[in-house]
Design a protein around this ligand. Structure first.
Ligand code: GLN
Length: 485
């Protein structure tokens, strides 16, 4: 049996399963033991589904024995706790949904189950995916496996910490403004935010529906491509799902990047970027150049408006989406109030944490009569400018390269008192969601002993190019083979 099973890549696990060097039951057991060993320090899981995982592993072994296995059959995975899992509680790390058990699977859950992946459990997150440090979880704290006094990033902090600590072969996160890429960067692993509409949102508990997108969190770019092969593609249950066939994302991985045109947007290397982070990212870009990429500086002046646009649009959509939590149909319900309105008040007062309330208030204000034109409508207009500017730059370059996060992982508690400081964590990732394009974060070194992420973005449906670029980089470097002590 190969040793250190929990740090094999998905690809290596699949090979070991096919060659019968290990069974899915053994692989799952190794992960459950790893979870038991490190969870007291990391806290990446809200729920561990031990019995179900063992049963799914047994079924996967039957499929493997019957020669009916795919690339994910028998692979132990985690899902962020905002993706619906039939019969397994799905909390969004909120008191509102702490006891909520969905009666259906999200499309991504169903597709991974069909592929034979084994669900180990659900990943902690910022409540309703609002945050950048996972400190907004109402249920527990998640620590960065590289330094447990620091945050793992957010909102997919549980998934990123789990994958970095060898507590799952891969996980799925959701990304509304950076929630896959920023925690992936802070935990030294890979995270992809796909093109809007490429992965179905059916069964994903909504935060901001025009921005939300599900994507893979893995230790290698190749693994991210393998996971995307299973979860991407049209779904009639999601009206925003792109209706066209998807390619095999692993097909072009080894084609190299000779002649690839890489743009460096000046705005992403200015204000607020930690010099040590910038140095790592520039070194990574030099490594791309050494492999034949052609690098040029580009200008994206509207980038500076992205934060303001995001913090109008995301809260506006959130205030509409979260109106459904009234204590009648879903989740927590206050039973001690004298009347309907009092019960509604008490339900929302107790069920939502402070950041969620802040977003609902901001959004309700921005959408209210008299302010709609000044805030929401204006934000939508600037959103169009940001999107057009990016579309235009992609007529001249194939990908853009930037830092994923302006800093490395920060200390727990360091930014909780200052929402704007927290919001600035996503300054490099927000424009991508605003324009609907894909971006991947790839580990590219360390600053002060903590991981740094390189962000690569491309035009709509350029996932194959992003994978090819990221994979070429990982073939030339070994950052992705480093694990926390
Ligand atoms: N940190 C950003 C926010 O709090 C993005 C969150 C996300 O991508 N889900 O809104």
């Amino acid at each position: 049996m190969p040793d250190n099973l929990h740090y094999l890549t998905v690809q290596e696990m699949t090979q070991a399963l096919q060659r019968r060097e290990v069974s899915s039951v053994e692989l799952t057991q190794a992960h459950l033991e790893r979870i038991a060993a490190v969870e007291p320090q990391v806290g990446a899981y809200v729920t561990v589904t031990e019995a179900e995982a063992k049963e799914q592993a047994r079924q996967a072994d039957v499929r493997i024995a019957a020669g009916d296995a795919g690339p994910l059959t028998g692979i132990p995975m985690q899902l962020k706790d905002n993706m619906s899992t039939n019969g397994v509680r799905t909390t969004c790390s909120s008191r509102m949904l702490e006891q909520y058990v969905p009666r259906y699977d999200a499309t991504v859950t169903a597709r991974l189950k069909d592929a034979g992946a084994v669900l180990l459990g659900k990943g902690n997150m910022d409540e309703f995916a609002m945050g950048s440090s996972t400190e907004n979880s109402a249920l527990q704290i998640t620590s960065n496996p590289w330094d447990t006094s620091r945050v793992p990033g957010g909102s997919s902090g549980g998934p990123a910490a789990a994958v970095a600590a060898g507590e799952a072969a891969f996980s799925l996160g959701s990304d509304t403004g950076g929630s896959i890429r920023q925690p992936a960067a802070l935990c030294g692993i890979v995270g992809l935010k796909p093109t809007y509409g490429l992965v179905s949102r059916y069964g994903l508990i909504a935060f901001a529906s025009s921005l939300d997108q599900i994507g893979p969190i893995t230790r290698t770019v190749q693994d991210a491509a393998v996971v995307m092969n299973s979860v991407a593609g049209h779904d009639p249950m999601d009206s925003t799902s792109i209706n066209q066939p998807i390619p095999d994302y692993t097909a072009d991985l080894d084609r190299g990047i000779k002649g690839l045109r890489v743009g460096l947007p000046r705005a992403y290397f200015e204000a607020g970027i930690d010099p040590a982070v910038e140095a790592s990212v520039r070194e990574a870009i030099a490594a791309l150049e050494a492999q034949g990429a052609i690098v040029e500086e580009v200008s994206l002046p509207h980038t500076q408006d992205a934060l303001a646009v995001y913090y109008i649009i995301a809260p506006s959509e959130c205030s509409a989406n979260l109106a459904r939590y009234d204590g009648v149909k879903f989740g927590y319900s206050d039973q001690n109030s004298p009347g309907l309105w009092e019960a509604l008040d008490a339900t929302r007062q107790f069920g939502f944490g402070p950041e969620v309330k802040r977003r609902i208030l901001l959004g309700t204000y921005a959408l209210s009569a008299g302010y709609y034109d000044a805030f929401y409508k204006k934000a939508q207009q600037v959103r169009t400018l940001i999107r057009q500017e990016l579309e235009e730059v992609f007529t001249r370059v194939d990908v853009l390269a930037t830092p994923t996060s302006p800093t490395v992982a920060f200390k727990q508690g360091e930014r909780t008192a200052d929402p704007v400081q927290m919001y600035l964590s996503d300054i490099c990732t927000l424009p991508i969601n605003i324009s609907g394009i894909p971006a991947i974060s790839v580990p590219c070194g360390f600053a002060d002993g903590l991981p740094v992420g390189l962000q690569l973005m491309g035009p709509h449906l350029s996932e194959a190019t992003l994978f090819r670029t990221g994979h070429a980089y990982q073939q030339a470097t070994d950052w992705h083979t480093k694990h926390p002590a």
